[in-house]
Design a binder for this molecule. Structure first.
Ligand code: BES
Ligand code: ZN
Ligand code: ZN
Length: 504
């Protein structure tokens, strides 16, 4: 299998004669066919089933030493009820199994596909295997490059999809390839988001993304501050004024190899604030270290762009990532300053900590120049997002009903939940000021997430379809899902945006 991976992921391959140390059998919950299989299976599994200790519930798994065949350990793991099965259950189960493998220091692991094919259709098995291995690999992520123990942690040497039937191998190879590419792209997002801002500067991301673009056949252009100035992106540049590090706009273009009839052009925009101190409206110090993650919108969009490109999207993409730092200094933008945006509209900066919308306003305006059919953006835009939605779903805004539906479809397909909030023009009343066409913040904290989105809407031209996702509440520290690290970037919505691009 030829597959170009950025991270050193354990290969997932198809095999007939597995020589590893641990094999998993995946079971549906309380399934009649399964029960019949239990009855014929090993006494250990019969005992687990009889005692009710294991009934195939999602996330449950048992490790039984030397029970698959001699010297090969068996893991039985649950997929939940067959009727209500979803890939997310397999994903979470995969993550739990990874923890077992880690605890047991397994070296090579496989899933018995033939056993699974006895109780589920090929289509179901495809979903199960993709979900399971996504979860397993996603759970294996670590960001330890700055530790003395870097790279010394547990690592599986090989992972296999085991089938005796050679006819299954092409199908299984396809599953393996798509799964590995998906995880690889999510890992790029996590790596970027986790990078501390002394290393993860606008220049660092611009250089690294340029290399990735080359490797995966995309055009890439980087604008420095002088070029951004020529583009009249003063609103964006107003954020970087206090920083000693140069701001960088990265523009990627992907064109499918075979130009399909009716292919769409999708513009993708991401907030890349490499560190958000708040600027002159400085943030409290407690938790400020998390503001290295304030470029997660850009990180998510590069992950999604790479994923869609590597899965050969039929649609075109132009991806605009706006990187800058928001810092206080003698040259910083001050509250009350009025700035002219690229679109010509003026903004009174009430709060220099509401910088994401300034950066994105100019990026959204620039995106129109590429004549896209649709513009989508993602950003860690507002702290209020956690207040509105907690941690289970991020906020979706759109000015087009069909686009909203398409976003929901992608979010359902990947089981990364989104919830819609209104973009009503009446909310713009809160952003009126006598001194400019609008202000970037109101003086109270009501409806902060909606206000951020409504501000950005002012930079969408009539007739342009646009969707905005505020993922501030889910960008990092999402360990309640077993395939996410407890601390640090989650990589959530990479799969959703890629699915959207591929299916719009
Ligand atoms: N980067 C923050 C939003 C954020 C907060 C992301 C917490 C992740 C976790 C953004 O730039 C910001 O500071 N927004 C302000 C807006 C306000 C001043 C109108 C906020 O949410 O407080
Ligand atoms: Zn801010
Ligand atoms: Zn910010």
């Amino acid at each position: 299998m030829k597959i170009d991976l950025i991270h050193s992921l354990t290969p997932l391959h198809t095999t007939q004669d597995f020589k590893g140390d641990t094999v998993a059998h995946l079971y549906f919950q309380n399934d009649k066919k399964e029960a019949a299989l239990h009855a014929q299976s090993l006494t250990e599994i019969q005992d687990l089933a009889k005692s009710g200790t294991f009934n195939g519930a999602p996330k449950s798994s048992f490790f039984i030493r030397g029970s698959y065949i001699e010297k090969v350990n068996l893991i039985v793991a649950g997929l939940g009820n067959k009727k209500t099965f979803s890939a997310e259950k397999a994903r979470q189960t995969g993550a739990m199994v990874y923890r077992k493998l880690e605890a047991e220091k397994a070296k090579s692991f496989g899933v018995d596909v033939d056993a699974l094919l006895k109780v589920a259709t090929k289509a179901q098995v495809t979903d199960i295997l993709k979900g399971f291995f996504e979860g397993l690999y996603l759970a294996s992520y670590t960001f330890d490059k700055y530790k003395a123990t870097a790279g010394k942690g547990f690592k599986l040497e090989s992972t296999s999809l085991i089938s005796e039937d050679k006819k299954n191998h092409a199908w299984l190879n396809q599953i393996a390839e798509e799964t590995l590419i998906t995880v690889d792209c999510v890992f790029t997002t996590r790596d970027y988001s986790n990078e501390p801002s002394n290393f993860g500067t606008p220049e660092y991301y611009a250089n690294d993304i340029s290399k990735l673009a080359k490797r995966f056949g995309m055009k890439c252009k980087v604008l420095g501050e002088a070029e951004a100035k020529k583009e009249k992106m003063d609103l964006y540049l107003s954020v970087s004024k206090g920083s000693d590090r140069e701001a960088k706009v990265v523009i990627l273009e992907y064109t499918p190899k075979k130009a399909a009839k009716g292919a769409k052009n999708v513009a993708i925009v991401g907030k890349g604030v490499t560190f958000d101190s708040g600027g002159i409206s400085i943030k409290p110090s407690s938790g400020m270290e998390n503001m290295k993650h304030d470029m997660t919108g850009a990180a998510t969009m590069i992950g999604a762009t790479l994923l869609a490109a590597r899965l050969h999207s039929k649609n075109k993409m132009v991806t605009i990532l706006v990187f800058t730092e928001n810092m206080p200094s003698g040259s910083s933008t001050q509250p009350g300053n009025v700035i002219k945006s690229r679109s010509g509209k003026t903004v009174e900066v009430i709060n220099t900590d509401a910088e994401g919308r300034l950066v994105l306003a100019d990026a959204l305006d620039l995106a129109h120049d590429y004549n896209p059919d649709v513009i989508i953006d993602s950003a860690t835009l507002t702290g209020a997002c956690s207040i509105a939605l907690g941690r289970l779903a991020s906020a979706l805004f759109s000015n087009d009903k069909k686009l909203t539906q398409a976003m929901f479809k992608s979010s359902e397909a990947t089981e990364e939940a989104l919830w819609e909030l209104p973009l009503w023009d009446e909310y713009f009343d809160d952003l009126k000021t006598p001194y400019a066409d609008m202000r970037n913040s109101a003086n109270d904290s009501y409806g902060g997430t909606i206000r951020g989105a409504v501000f950005m809407k002012q930079f969408i031209k009539p007739g342009m379809k646009w969707a905005h996702v505020d993922l501030a509440n889910r960008a990092y520290d999402q360990g309640y899902l077993p395939y996410n690290p407890g601390k640090g970037s989650s990589g959530v919505y990479v799969r959703t945006f890629a699915h959207f691009v591929m299916n719009y």
